[in-house]
Ligand binder design. Structure first.
Ligand SMILES: CC(C)(COP(=O)(O)OP(=O)(O)OC[C@H]1O[C@@H](n2cnc3c(N)ncnc32)[C@H](O)[C@@H]1OP(=O)(O)O)[C@@H](O)C(=O)NCCC(=O)NCCS
Length: 151
């Protein structure tokens, strides 16, 4: 498995496993290719969007963007905002861990001090994953737990 920057050619596979996550109730945001391209690969606030790939198969991706004034998540401007998605058939094999190695370096290089991960309160695997990566709960909103990583 290698971890590299995501490119537009990855969007089809990224969207495909986001649809799997939607079908299993693990995702509620859009999952179509146009959304993936605009909100992850080509996001104007992007710091990085890394993909984990094994011989042409995209196993997961992680996006890091910079929180702007008035962002929809209410995250402190200047912080990073992270999102992680692993293809269901590749879960719990270290994909998320490998992705965060790269994202953490990118956050450091971008001069971020904190990263927010907003996770559904009932998403036990997402909560366990971010906790394992060193994120800690700093606020709780209705139905959402927000964890912070200090870069
Ligand atoms: C959360 C998610 C990204 C984890 O990705 P992953 O590639 O499976 O994670 P990894 O295999 O790298 O796991 C790293 C560590 O996280 C923790 N972890 C991950 N999945 C877990 C689970 N299902 N139960 C308990 N702990 C878990 C463990 O500590 C694990 O280390 P270990 O396997 O050595 O014990 C993945 O389950 C996913 O895509 N879920 C759906 C989308 C989502 O909810 N994203 C998070 C909110 S944005």
């Amino acid at each position: 498995m290698i971890v590299r920057d995501g490119i537009p050619e990855d969007v089809e596979q990224m969207s495909s496993f986001l649809r799997e996550l939607t079908a299993s109730g693990k995702r509620t945001r859009p999952d179509d290719e146009a959304f993936v391209l605009a909100n992850y690969i080509n996001d104007p606030d992007k710091i990085c969007c890394s993909v984990a790939e094994d011989e042409g198969v995209i196993l997961g991706f992680q996006s890091l963007k910079k929180a702007k004034e008035g962002n929809q998540w209410g995250v402190e401007p200047g912080w990073g905002i992270i999102g992680t998605h692993t293809k269901p058939s590749a879960a719990r094999r270290g994909v998320g861990r490998a992705l965060f190695d790269m994202t953490r370096k990118a956050a450091d290089e971008a001069g971020l001090s904190h990263i927010d991960a907003s996770i559904g309160a009932t998403n036990s695997e997402g909560l366990a994953y971010y906790e394992a990566m060193g994120f800690r709960t700093y606020r709780t909103l209705e139905g959402t737990i927000c964890k912070r990583f200090d870069v």
